[in-house]
Design a protein around this ligand. Structure first.
Ligand SMILES: CSC[C@@H](O)[C@@H](O)C(=O)COP(=O)(O)O
Ligand SMILES: [Zn+2]
Length: 215
């Protein structure tokens, strides 16, 4: 149980840090961390909570099918199945899902293409992409309301122990080998999205200065 407490605190600390960035608007977002091997499951955020608050009911333990382990009155996140897909098919230790304006806007702009590619951006190195011409490709999937369908689509884009998938006009899910890596990847993605949107706006303002002034 001591080990589970450690995981609990690790996830709670990550939740606090993401909350400080205001990345849980309107109770959105969900987080999970894999428990030790003897447990065969993971801690996931309880559904519908204000994730800016730190309480004893923030997480519950579920198995890799998303079913609560042990007695609880808590309901696992509505999107637990996406976390299950990650833990079932990789060795990842942590998965983070947030809704931000930047990740939603990027997912809408490039949604029809089903993918966004970033090149020549220092922070793609967070994903281990160190070559000068390396590119980070993030898939964008439709926001199916039926979570098993969403999870099935999501699953097709899990190719390793770290990764990122955008859900169109919904948010991003990022995973890594542990909490540190997952948070690093999430922060890198959000930086790149914000940079990209700022660049588009500034380029437009330079190209169409009168339109910008008349807004
Ligand atoms: C309240 S809107 C957000 C939800 O629909 C969902 O997308 C989300 O991220 C949080 O759901 P939750 O069940 O609390 O994990
Ligand atoms: Zn969500």
């Amino acid at each position: 149980m001591i080990d589970l407490n450690e995981k609990w605190n690790e996830l709670a600390d990550i939740k606090d840090e993401l909350a400080a960035r205001d990345w849980f608007m309107g109770t959105s977002g969900n987080l999970s961390i894999r428990a030790d091997k003897n447990i065969n499951g993971f801690l996931v955020t309880a559904s519908g909570k204000d994730k800016r608050k730190r309480t004893a009911e923030d997480f519950l333990l579920v198995d890799f099918e998303g079913r609560p382990i042990g007695d609880t009155v808590l309901t696992p996140s509505a999107e637990t199945l996406l976390h299950c897909e990650i833990y079932r098919s990789t060795e990842a230790g942590c998965s983070l899902h947030v809704h931000t304006v930047a990740n939603n806007v990027v997912s809408e702009i490039y949604g029809d293409e089903g993918v966004i590619v970033f090149q020549g951006q220092e922070l793609i190195k967070a994903f281990g992409l160190w070559d000068e011409n390396a590119a980070l490709t993030i898939p964008i999937i439709p926001n199916h309301a039926h979570i098993p369908e969403l999870a099935k689509e999501f699953q097709q884009h899990i190719h390793g122990d770290k990764g990122a998938v955008l859900i169109r006009n919904h948010g991003i899910t990022v995973w890594g080998k542990d909490g540190f890596e997952a948070k690093k990847l999430l922060e890198a993605c959000e930086f790149i999205f914000q940079y990209h949107l700022s660049l588009i706006q500034i380029k437009n303002a330079i190209q169409f200065p009168k339109q910008t002034l008349s807004i």
